[in-house]
Design a protein around this ligand. Sequence first.
Ligand SMILES: *[C@@H]1O[C@H](CO)[C@@H](O)[C@H](O)[C@H]1NC(C)=O
Ligand SMILES: *[C@@H]1O[C@H](CO)[C@@H](O)[C@H](O)[C@H]1NC(C)=O
Ligand SMILES: *[C@@H]1O[C@H](CO)[C@@H](O)[C@H](O)[C@H]1NC(C)=O
Ligand SMILES: *[C@@H]1O[C@H](CO)[C@@H](O)[C@H](O)[C@H]1NC(C)=O
Ligand SMILES: *[C@@H]1O[C@H](CO)[C@@H](O)[C@H](O)[C@H]1NC(C)=O
Ligand SMILES: *[C@@H]1O[C@H](CO)[C@@H](O)[C@H](O)[C@H]1NC(C)=O
Ligand SMILES: *[C@@H]1O[C@H](CO)[C@@H](O)[C@H](O)[C@H]1NC(C)=O
Length: 368
Amino acid sequence: MTLRLDRILPICLILDLMWQLLALDDISINLNHSGPVIESHQYRLQCHIPNVVQATSVKWYKRQSLVYQETLSGNSKTPELTIVPNRTDDGVQYRCEAELNVGLRSSKHISIQVFYVSITTVNHTGPVIESHQYRLQCHIPNVVQATSVKWYKKQSLVYQESLDINKTPELTIVPNRTDDGAQYRCEAELNAGPFVPQRLKQLTSDLLSITVHFKPTINGTNLPTKVPVFRGYPLVLVCEAEGNPKPTVSWSQTNPAVNGGNLTITELISQNPVCTAINIVGSTSRNITVVPTEDYLPLIAGLVAVTVAIISVIFVFIFSIYYKTAKTGHYSLKDAKPSPQNGNIAQNGKDNPLHMKKLSQSDILAYP
Ligand SMILES: *[C@@H]1O[C@H](CO)[C@@H](O)[C@H](O)[C@H]1NC(C)=O
Ligand SMILES: *[C@@H]1O[C@H](CO)[C@@H](O)[C@H](O)[C@H]1NC(C)=O
Ligand SMILES: *[C@@H]1O[C@H](CO)[C@@H](O)[C@H](O)[C@H]1NC(C)=O
Ligand SMILES: *[C@@H]1O[C@H](CO)[C@@H](O)[C@H](O)[C@H]1NC(C)=O
Ligand SMILES: *[C@@H]1O[C@H](CO)[C@@H](O)[C@H](O)[C@H]1NC(C)=O
Ligand SMILES: *[C@@H]1O[C@H](CO)[C@@H](O)[C@H](O)[C@H]1NC(C)=O
Ligand SMILES: *[C@@H]1O[C@H](CO)[C@@H](O)[C@H](O)[C@H]1NC(C)=O
C-alpha cells in the first residue's frame, strides 16, 4: 500500500484546521481582579492566546472602539492592557482581538463594574437660595455591602447614618449666607468583603460646592433713618447693601432718581428719600427722613458777641462808678471820717455791706 500524498495532505490540513479552531476558542480576556473595581485605581486586562497558534498582533477594544494595539514578537507573552477606570466606565465592555496565522479572532466581552460614590443635589442645579431647603443625595452604585454613610461640610462631619440598601442616603440642608462656597461630600464605609482591600474601606465622593444666593440687606451702621441737614451744607448719604449676587443700589423719591448708593442731600431735596437694593433673590429698602435744620452757628456767634458787648458795657459802667466812689472816698477822708455804714450808703445804696466794706478798705489803702 502506498501513501498517496494528494490524499493525505487534505486530511492533514483538515486536522490542523480543526485543531486551530479548537484552540481559537481559548482566546480569552480577563481582569487581574474579581468583582467591581474601585474608581481611579489601576487594573490589568490580560488577553490569553494559546501557545499553539501564532499571533502577530493584538487589538484592545473598549465598547466598539479600538483603544490600544500592539505587535507581538515571536516569543509568546500574555498581552496586557492597564486601565484606570472611572465612574463613566461603569458597565463598560472590553474585548481583545488577535491577528493569528489563521486569521482574526476575538475574545468574548468582559464587562467591568466600578465602585464609586457620587454626591448630587436632588432636582436642582445651580446656586441655592438662602433659607430654602435642599436635599443632597449620596449615590453608591455596585455596593451591596456598605455599612454607613457620613456627610461632611467643609472638613466637619455633619451627619452620619447607617445604610439602608433600599434607600438612597440623603441630607437635608437649609443654607444661609455663611455657607456660600461651602463644599459637601459624602463618604461610604464599605463592609470589607472579598473585593475590597482593607485600605479601601472608605470611598469618598467628589466635592459639591454650593453657591448661596441671598436677598440684599442694607447696612444701617452708616445710614441712620433720620438725617439732620443744615441749610447750605450739602451732605452725602451712602447706602451700602450686601447680597449675592451683588445688589444694585438706587435712590428713589428724589428728583431725579439716583443710581448708585451715594445721594447728595441739600435742603432742597425731598424729605423722604428711599434707598433700594435689589438682586435676583429680592429687594430691600430703607426710608430716610431728612430733617432740615437751621445752622445756629452764626446765631450763637452773634449771641456770644452781643453778650460779650453787654458784659463789657456793664463792666465799664461799674468800673467807672467805683472809680468815682474811690475819688469821693479820698475827699471825704479829708472832710470827715465817715463810719463804714455811712460810707456804704453814700457809695451806691446797694444792699451789700460786706462787699462794699471791702471795697472801701481797699480804697483807703489805694488812696491814703
Ligand atoms: C492588578 O494590576 C494592577 C496594575 O498592574 C495592580 O496595581 C494591582 O495590584 C493588580 N491587582 C491585583 C488584585 O493583583
Ligand atoms: C473617565 O475616563 C475617560 C477615559 O477612560 C476620560 O475620557 C474621562 O474624562 C474620565 N472622566 C472623568 C470624570 O474623570
Ligand atoms: C424631581 O423632579 C421630577 C420631575 O421633574 C419628579 O418626577 C420627581 O418626583 C422629583 N424628585 C424629587 C425627589 O422631588
Ligand atoms: C448659618 O448656618 C449655620 C449652620 O449651618 C449656623 O451655625 C449659623 O449660625 C447660621 N448663620 C446665620 C447668620 O444664620
Ligand atoms: C456695616 O458697615 C460697618 C462700617 O462700614 C461695618 O463695620 C459693619 O461690619 C457692616 N455691617 C454689616 C452687617 O455688614
Ligand atoms: C460713594 O461714597 C463713598 C464714600 O464717600 C466712596 O468711597 C465711593 O467711591 C462713592 N461711590 C461712588 C459710586 O461715587
Ligand atoms: C417707605 O417709603 C415708601 C415710599 O414712600 C412707602 O411705600 C413705604 O411704606 C415706606 N416704608 C416704611 C417702612 O416706612
